[in-house]
Write a protein that binds this ligand. Structure first.
Ligand SMILES: Nc1ncnc2c1ncn2[C@@H]1O[C@H](COP(=O)(O)OP(=O)(O)OP(=O)(O)O)[C@@H](O)[C@H]1O
Length: 244
C-alpha cells in the first residue's frame, strides 16, 4: 500500500486488549476496537458497564489502563461532558479560548461560537446561558481546537427533549463540516441510531454488538426503517420492547 493511502485508511483509534479493573473488579476485559478516521460512532451500555471508563482511557485521562497490545489515539482530542465545564469566572469567549494562543485564536473562537449559534454572546457569563447554550459553548470550545477525535460523554443527557433534538442536528452538522472521528457515549438508543453511523454495545467488559446503521442523514426518529436497528440494540441491552 502506498504511504499516502495508508495515511488515509489509518484508524484514528485502535484499542487492543484494553483492560481496566477497580479494586480487583474488572470493568474492561480486553476491549478490541478500531475506529476509522472520520467515523461517527456511538457507544451504548448499561449504567456501570464501563462506557465512561473506556472514553477516559481513549482520552488519555486514565494512566492505569492496561492492554496486551496498544491504545492508539490521535494527538488532537477534544472531550465534551454532560455538563459544560465552563469556568464561571470567565466570559464565554475566554472560556472557548482557554489555553489557546496565536494571533488568530480570538478570530477562530468567534467563528466557532458563530458556528454553534452563539454569535453575539461572546461576552456573556456562563451563568447567563441556558443548559443548551452552555453545551453549544462547550462544543465551540472543542471545535476551535480542530480535534481529529471528538469524545463526548452523554453531552445531551441533562437537556430537555426538544433542545436535545436541536443539539443532535447541530452535532451532526458540525461533524459533516469538520469530519473528526467521534465517539459518543450515550444511554439513549434513539440518540445513537439517529446520530451515529456505527453503534457499539459494551457488555461484560467487551464490545458485544457492533452495528452499522446504513440509513442516510438527516435521520428521523420516526423512520420505520430505523426500528429494526432499535430492536436489535434493545435486544443486546436485554430490554424487551412493549409491542402494545
Ligand atoms: N475511579 C474509580 N474508582 C472505583 N471504581 C470506579 C472508578 N471509575 C469507575 N468505577 C467503576 O467502574 C464501573 C464502570 O463505571 P463507568 O463510569 O465507566 O460506567 P458507565 O457505563 O459510564 O456508567 P453510567 O452510564 O452510569 O455513566 C462502575 O462500577 C464504577 O463504579
Amino acid at each position: 500500500m502506498a504511504p499516502h493511502t495508508e495515511q488515509l485508511t489509518r484508524p484514528a483509534v485502535r484499542l487492543e486488549g484494553l483492560t481496566r479493573s477497580f479494586e480487583g473488579r474488572t470493568v474492561l476485559d480486553g476491549v478490541d476496537l478500531e475506529i476509522p478516521a472520520g467515523q461517527f460512532v456511538a457507544l451504548l451500555g448499561h449504567s456501570g458497564s464501563g462506557k465512561s471508563t473506556l472514553l477516559r482511557a481513549v482520552a488519555g485521562l486514565d494512566h492505569e489502563v492496561t492492554g496486551s497490545g496498544r491504545l492508539t489515539a490521535p494527538e488532537r482530542v477534544s472531550v465534551v461532558f454532560q455538563d459544560s465545564r465552563l469556568l464561571p469566572w470567565r466570559r464565554i469567549l475566554p472560556n472557548v479560548l482557554l489555553g489557546l494562543d496565536g494571533k488568530d485564536a480570538e478570530q477562530r473562537g468567534r467563528a466557532a461560537l458563530a458556528e454553534v449559534g452563539l454569535a453575539g454572546r461572546e461576552r456573556a457569563w456562563p451563568s447567563e446561558l441556558s443548559g443548551g447554550e452552555a453545551q453549544r459553548a462547550a462544543l465551540a470550545r472543542s471545535l476551535v481546537r480542530e480535534p481529529e477525535l471528538l469524545l463526548a460523554d452523554e453531552p445531551f443527557g441533562a437537556l430537555d427533549a426538544l433542545t436535545r433534538i436541536r443539539m443532535h442536528a447541530l452535532l451532526r452538522e458540525l461533524w459533516k463540516r469538520h469530519r473528526p472521528s467521534v465517539l459518543l457515549v450515550t444511554h439513549d438508543v434513539d440518540e445513537a441510531i439517529v446520530l451515529a453511523d456505527r453503534v457499539l454495545v459494551l457488555e461484560h467488559g467487551r464490545i458485544g454488538l457492533d452495528l452499522t446503521i446504513d440509513r442516510p442523514h438527516p435521520r428521523s426518529y420516526r423512520d420505520p426503517l430505523l426500528s429494526a436497528y432499535r430492536t436489535e440494540l434493545l435486544g443486546a441491552l436485554g430490554v424487551v420492547e412493549d409491542t402494545d
